[in-house]
Design a protein around this ligand. Structure first.
Ligand SMILES: *Cc1c(COP(=O)(O)O)cnc(C)c1O
Length: 227
């Protein structure tokens, strides 16, 4: 582990407190709590130790191999894992014992694979509300069908997840976040997972219930470990 990451992890508790202050200052349209989900992708198991020491019980992870390399610490600490990365069907089987919420469900084939390998699993439908072709997620107009297909397959749909536009100022996330929040209300779902380090304020203003925070808690990610 590098010196920089040691320093970063020792600051996690203070950084979490300042993130919670940022969130508390936001005027919000709904009287709702906002949970901070630390994103530990690309960091070693020590990052998970640090966020658990700071009081978190759930982490977000993106990459199958990276996640599987941390199974020991995850099991020892009893933390819940949200899978928030692009999900390939051939990775689902390896992940079923460690993932408790599948946040990137966006197509029929992945619904069928998760339902087969993890019957009754809890999921979020990922929505691409920014019209960016490189981004995962179903179109807003497909959300009803996805919810239906997932429920029919025996999965439990807890809510929706979205990612703001890439390379844009935070304000550009407002419209897509509003679209996703209104879909959440239309379908009477509980979890609205939107907002990252840069656009957390906009997300909470638009009604996010879970923000996924990586760099603002843990510092810059060690790119070499990302795969
Ligand atoms: C990496 C990632 C995050 C965290 O991003 P930061 O900008 O580091 O807060 C949140 N959500 C998803 C889906 C991610 O891939």
């Amino acid at each position: 582990m590098t010196d920089r990451s040691v320093a970063g992890f020792s600051a996690v508790t203070e950084r979490l407190a300042s993130m919670q202050e940022r969130i508390a200052r936001v005027e919000r349209p709904f009287a709702h709590d906002v949970e901070v989900i630390p994103v530990t992708k690309g960091f070693p198991g020590d990052a998970i130790e640090a966020v658990v020491a700071a009081g978190c019980r759930t982490v977000g992870e993106n990459y199958a191999q990276d996640l599987l390399s941390k199974v020991d610490v995850i099991e020892r600490l009893g933390v819940d894992v949200q899978f928030i990365g692009h999900l390939q069907s051939n990775k689902v089987r390896q992940l079923v014992d460690v993932v408790s919420l599948w946040c990137t469900i966006d197509r029929r084939s992945i619904i069928d694979e998760v339902a087969k390998r993890a019957p009754g699993a809890h999921v979020l439908i990922q929505v691409n509300a920014t019209d960016e072709p490189q981004k995962g997620g179903c179109q807003p107009g497909q959300v009803a069908a996805m919810i239906d297909q997932a429920a029919t397959a025996g999965l439990v749909v807890d809510g929706l997840m979205t990612i703001g536009p890439t390379g844009q100022p935070p304000a550009a996330a407002r419209r897509p976040f509003e679209i996703v929040r209104s879909l959440l209300d239309e379908h009477e779902l509980a979890i609205c997972s939107m907002g990252m380090s840069a656009d957390v304020e906009v997300a909470v203003e638009c009604g996010s219930t879970q923000v996924r925070i990586g760099s603002a808690l843990l510092g810059p990610r060690p790119v070499s470990t990302i795969r």
